[in-house]
Each structure stands twice: as C-alpha cells, then as structure tokens.
Design a protein around this ligand. Structure first.
Ligand code: COA
Length: 256
C-alpha cells in the first residue's frame, strides 16, 4: 500500500492515520482522498487492526478543508463528481467502518475537515482546535456530508447557523454543542485517544461492529428493526458465549 499523503502506523491494535500535508493545512486534494480510501480498505481487512485514530500532521491543522485550488476549473458535473467520489470512497466508508474510528482534532477542522471529523465515530479535540463550515464564504455549501452530519450531531438550528454564518467554534464551544466528546491539551490529545481505544479494544469486536451499524441507523425508518436484528445476531456467537460465561464465572471476558 503506497500512501504519499498519509502516515500509517499500527501499534497494539490501534492504527494511527495522519494526514500529512502540514504546509497546506492538510487540505484534502484528490490524492489525499484516494489515499484515505486505500488506508480504510486496509483497516477493513487487516485483522491486526482493532480501531483507528485519524489525525492531522503538525500543530495547526487537522484538515483545513477540501483543497480549494482544485475547485476553480470545475463545472456543475465536476463539482457533483468530487462530492460523490469523496462521500462514497472516504466519508461513508469511515462512518460504516466496522472498527471504531476516533478523530483526534489537533487544530483547524474547517469545511471538509469538519466533515471528516464528523464521519468518524466520535471526536476528541485539542484546546487549539477550531470547527466550522465556511463554504458559504466561497459561494459554496458543504459537499462531504456536512449539512447532514452536522445537523445530526448539533441539531438543525445550530447547524443552520454554523453553515449560514461560517462562524468558527473553538474547542470548548464544540464540546458544549456535542460536536466533540473531550478537550485536552495538544500534547495529551493522542494519548487520550489511545487511552479510550485501549479500553474499547478489550470489548467484543463483533458487538462493537453491531453498535456502529445500529447507531448509524438512529433516526432512520429501519433503526429499531436494525437493532432488533443485530441484537438477535449476537446470540449464539462465540463472543457472546465468552462474554456471558465470563460474567457467570466471575472472570474478565477475553475476546482475543
Ligand atoms: N485548500 C487549499 N490550500 C489551503 C487550504 C485549503 N482549504 N487551507 C489552507 N491552505 C494553504 C494556504 O493557501 C497556504 O498555502 P501557501 O503557503 O502556499 O500560500 C497554506 O495552506 C497555509 O495557510 P494560511 O492561510 O497561510 O494559514 P493561516 O494560519 O493564515 O490561516 C486558515 C489558516 C485555515 C484560517 C486559512 O488557511 C483558511 O481559511 N483556509 C481555508 C479554509 C476553508 O475555507 N475551508 C473550506 C474549504 S471548502
């Protein structure tokens, strides 16, 4: 797997994927989108990987958006194409990843950067993180799922205001509106993500993948039905037998 724009490492079952264009604020150009798609294909299939931290290189930006330099030549079909390819190959692939994916937001998360953080299963932020959907300043709207996922995370009124004003939320505002779960110092960010994933990695991988599938269905017509079916599918699996037996035998479950 050749990745020119990402750093990719695996330690103790945690893959750390770092978008590595710090001189361009880690902006998402076509190559980054293609590399992210390949990196998450690897996450889906590599049995050594149990969970993922997604972050940005440097101390200033997680991702400052889609690469604006690629926009100027595009017509309507080209614009739709860039949004469709990104959503299908990266943003939806991350959201539906059967292994937990945490965004460690280490600076600007604007436009496509905010959208990238939002397609992860949850988000941590360093104190210098800044979130926003400033596309309206460019005569654009969010195109990587921002109008949908921001609304799901913070509610319709706040999402409307953020997209309409291009206002930037700092880390503590993001915490207050539920966009991030924790705020740390920049130095402590990756360790905090590692600590949370170290706990998660002791849990049943089968159950984790079903939690992701069900929570992703929240608010959709088949959400409750999905939960019923996924709950049922847990029964009789080796992991469910191990978890329940461990409780009854007063020992810690070992899911391998
Ligand atoms: N696309 C392409 N290049 C970008 C970029 C983006 N989204 N965001 C930053 N860059 C580039 C800058 O053009 C600059 O490149 P240069 O050194 O070749 O001139 C470099 O990254 C550093 O950015 P700079 O603007 O000098 O840093 P700053 O600290 O003054 O400002 C931001 C940081 C994030 C506030 C500012 O870069 C910005 O507003 N970026 C665009 C945010 C945006 O609108 N995103 C939504 C896109 S749809």
């Amino acid at each position: 797997m050749e990745l020119n724009t990402l750093l990719f490492s695996v330690e103790n079952g945690i893959a750390t994927i770092t978008i590595n264009r710090p001189d361009k604020m880690n902006a998402l150009n076509k190559e980054v989108i293609a590399d992210l798609s390949s990196a998450f294909d690897e996450v889906y299939t590599n049995k050594e990987i149990k969970s993922v931290i997604l972050t940005g290189a440097g101390q200033k930006a997680f991702v400052a958006g889609a690469d604006i330099t690629e926009f100027i030549e595009l017509d309507a079909a080209g614009g739709a194409n860039i949004a469709r390819i990104g959503q299908e190959n990266v943003f939806n692939k991350i959201e539906n990843c059967p292994k937990p994916v945490v965004a460690a937001v280490n600076g600007f998360a604007l436009g496509g950067g905010c959208e990238l953080a939002m397609c992860c299963h949850f988000r941590l932020a360093s104190e210098n993180a800044k979130f926003g959907q400033p596309e309206v300043n460019l005569g654009l709207i969010p195109g990587y799922g921002g109008t949908q996922r921001l609304t799901q995370l913070v509610g319709k009124g706040k999402a409307m205001e953020m997209c309409m004003t291009a206002q930037i939320a700092d880390a503590n505002e993001a915490l207050a509106i539920g966009l991030v779960n924790h705020v740390t110092t920049l130095d402590a960010l990756l360790q905090k993500a590692t600590d949370i994933l170290t706990i998660i990695n002791t849990k049943s991988p089968m159950a984790l993948s079903k939690i992701i599938a069900c929570v992703n269905k929240a608010g959709k017509a088949d959400g409750f039905e999905t939960e019923i079916n996924q709950f049922g599918e847990c029964f009789g699996t080796p992991e469910m037998k191990e978890g329940v037996s461990a409780f009854l035998e007063k020992r810690k479950a070992n899911f391998g």
